[in-house]
Design a protein around this ligand. Structure first.
Ligand code: HEC
Ligand code: HEC
Ligand code: HEC
Ligand code: HEC
Ligand code: HEC
Ligand code: HEC
Length: 424
């Protein structure tokens, strides 16, 4: 009797045990709701992003499709919390990927809770499902900058092509008319018909006519005129200028894919006139370290090492430095004054408004015209950023008093068209 009860009690416990286990297992399915995905994104960015990308191999594997590789979700949670422990326990898959990644140790995240890890996985799975949107073309973007170099070239081609086709048509028509005339002259025609056939408008007479000469002269001078004007306008204008740099530095890799903030490298933009080109020491903040990762020892990276006198084999600096000679792309003449802090910091204008989609460029090109007209045009159209800027409160009051409550205060209203503001 007693035995029986104990046995019953045991099986009850076992049942309870299984229930809890299966309940926890059940709880450990990856959520799919937006809130989890969102919190997962945040956690992923702060904890995992240094080593993992969802769709790209980084220091660690691309996490997309991880669920098809790992033994289970529970395993993954254990792995993230402490991969070293799992490897030491002799777990087969853990040891396999550890070897595959040259025994590089993943950080232990003992502080993360189970559902936080599940949120991360939710984000990874959601992200993996997304189809990559095609990158917007740079050429369409370039048109917003004011000039339309490519379309204008096409336009010329089209016009010339149409002209050639018209000439060909004319020649063919003249040939047909002549053939017809010959054919008709061999027949007996009435007087009336003869008049028509022998009309005074022959090809030769047309070409010699004042009307025709006028048209030809007009077309030719128009073409010459346009070429000269184009030439005059483009003196000193370097839109599209994209020289080859001494190191194949890519903004797409740094500012785009790796999302490094522009200001991390261009340290001057918030403070002063110049944006500054970063010194090689700033490159070294990352490239001494990334060296162990995917891009060790490429020819381009060794140019950075040469510039700062660093020997990657010994990890020592020789003290011999040789600055990288970046070629300057944007360059206003000395007579003009432009200040970055005024526009970026005070005016709150995005870099991309003036420089275009730099984060998509492998090679930087001058996106805007940088002419006086370009500056003035924007000063006429753009509202002054008066928000959270007490300096403008008084000005704005005066402006509204003068021009009505609804009148927006443009840059021109604060003196943005005065010669002396831009010219020394
Ligand atoms: C310091 C770099 C580093 C960080 C940070 C890191 N990992 Fe890893 N991770 C790795 C490496 C390297 C591997 C490959 C196995 C190994 O060498 O240990 C890996 C493997 C994995 C795997 C196995 C993937 C597979 O396809 O088999 C998962 C899952 C994983 N990491 C998740 C995460 C999550 C989630 C985070 C953030 C909470 C994270 N990792 C943070 C370096 C890192
Ligand atoms: C990792 C450092 C780094 C980051 C981040 C970075 N840049 Fe640069 N930038 C450079 C270097 C180096 C050059 C000079 C070489 C070149 O022109 O590619 C440069 C050149 C430029 C130039 C042309 C300068 C000239 O000569 O006229 C512009 C404009 C520019 N960057 C804008 C940006 C913007 C906008 C961002 C953010 C979206 C950004 N950069 C992010 C390093 C960086
Ligand atoms: C915030 C970190 C960071 C900084 C600062 C940085 N880089 Fe990078 N760089 C990276 C990363 C990440 C990659 C991409 C690694 C990969 O794709 O495998 C990279 C890749 C490169 C590459 C391509 C390597 C190849 O495959 O040939 C070059 C060249 C490069 N960087 C030059 C520079 C220069 C020059 C500077 C300084 C003006 C600089 N980097 C500053 C992080 C940085
Ligand atoms: C209102 C337009 C405008 C905005 C916004 C702007 N720039 Fe510029 N940028 C210019 C002009 C104009 C030049 C040429 C300046 C010169 O030659 O004196 C320039 C030059 C540069 C240069 C070349 C080197 C230097 O210091 O002059 C870099 C780098 C640069 N900009 C980066 C940036 C970054 C990064 C941002 C955003 C944080 C930014 N710019 C925002 C107009 C702009
Ligand atoms: C994308 C629009 C834009 C472009 C392009 C632009 N600016 Fe500006 N600029 C502004 C704005 C907005 C302000 C007002 C900032 C503020 O709140 O003080 C401003 C202010 C100024 C001021 C100070 C005006 C004053 O009265 O205090 C000067 C000087 C100036 N810009 C020069 C230039 C020059 C030179 C160029 C061309 C090389 C240029 N800007 C191109 C938008 C632009
Ligand atoms: C918003 C800024 C701005 C204002 C306001 C401005 N300019 Fe300019 N100006 C420029 C810039 C930038 C250039 C250089 C353009 C270039 O290199 O194509 C320039 C060029 C010129 C040039 C041509 C110099 C040469 O080398 O061709 C003259 C002349 C000139 N400005 C006169 C004036 C006069 C006069 C006024 C006042 C009515 C004025 N500017 C107001 C920005 C300005």
């Amino acid at each position: 009797m007693m035995h029986y009860r104990v046995a019953r009690f045991h099986s009850f416990l076992t049942l309870l045990f299984f229930l809890t286990v299966s309940f926890t297992l059940f709880a450990q399915t990856v959520p799919t709701d937006d809130e989890s995905i969102k919190s997962g994104e945040q956690l992923f960015k702060t904890n995992c992003y240094t080593c993992h990308r969802v769709k790209q191999k980084w220091t660690g594997p691309a996490l997309a499709g991880y669920e098809t590789r790992v033994p289970s979700i529970a395993w993954t949670i254990e792995w993230v919390k402490n991969s070293a422990k799992l490897i030491a326990s002799g777990d087969e898959y853990a040891n396999k990927i550890f070897k595959e990644y040259n025994n590089s140790q993943m950080t232990a995240f003992t502080n993360l809770k189970d559902d936080q890890i599940l949120d991360i996985l939710a984000y990874v799975e959601a992200e993996a499902k997304k189809v990559d949107a095609p990158a917007p073309g740079q050429d369409t973007a370039a048109q917003a900058g004011g000039g339309a170099a490519v379309p204008s070239a096409y336009l010329n081609l089209i016009i010339i092509g149409m002209f050639v086709i018209l000439l060909l048509l004319l020649v063919i028509l003249v040939l047909i008319v002549n053939a017809l005339k010959k054919f008709l002259n061999q027949r007996d025609l009435s007087e009336e018909d003869k008049d028509v056939v022998e009309s005074p408008y022959t090809a030769a007479s047309i070409i010699r006519s004042p009307g025709f000469i006028f048209v030809v002269v007009f077309v030719v001078s128009a073409v010459v005129f346009k070429t000269v004007i184009d030439g005059l306008y483009s003196i000193g204008v370097q839109q599209g200028y994209a020289p080859k740099q001494p190191i194949a530095f890519s903004h797409k890799i740094h500012a785009g894919v790796n999302e490094v903030d522009c200001k991390y490298c261009h340290t001057g933009v918030l403070k002063g006139k110049q944006a500054n080109i970063p010194s090689a020491n700033i490159c070294m903040n990352c490239h001494t370290y990334i060296q162990q990762g995917a891009i060790s020892g490429t020819a381009e990276i060794s140019k950075i090492y040469a510039a700062v006198g660093y020997d990657p084999a010994t990890g020592r600096y020789s003290g011999k430095q040789k600055p990288i000679e970046w070629i300057r792309i944007h360059n206003l003449p000395d007579l003009a004054y432009f200040n970055h802090a005024q526009h970026v910091n005070v005016g709150n204008i995005e870099c991309q408004t003036c420089h275009g989609p730099i984060q998509e460029m492998d090679v930087v090109k001058q996106y805007s015209l940088l002419t006086m007209g370009w500056c003035i045009d924007c000063h006429r159209k753009t509202n002054v950023n008066t928000k959270d800027n007490a300096y403008y409160d008084k000005l704005e009051q005066l402006h509204k008093a003068a021009k009505g409550q609804k009148a927006a205060m443009k840059v021109e209203d604060i003196g943005g068209l005065e010669c002396a503001k831009c010219h020394y």
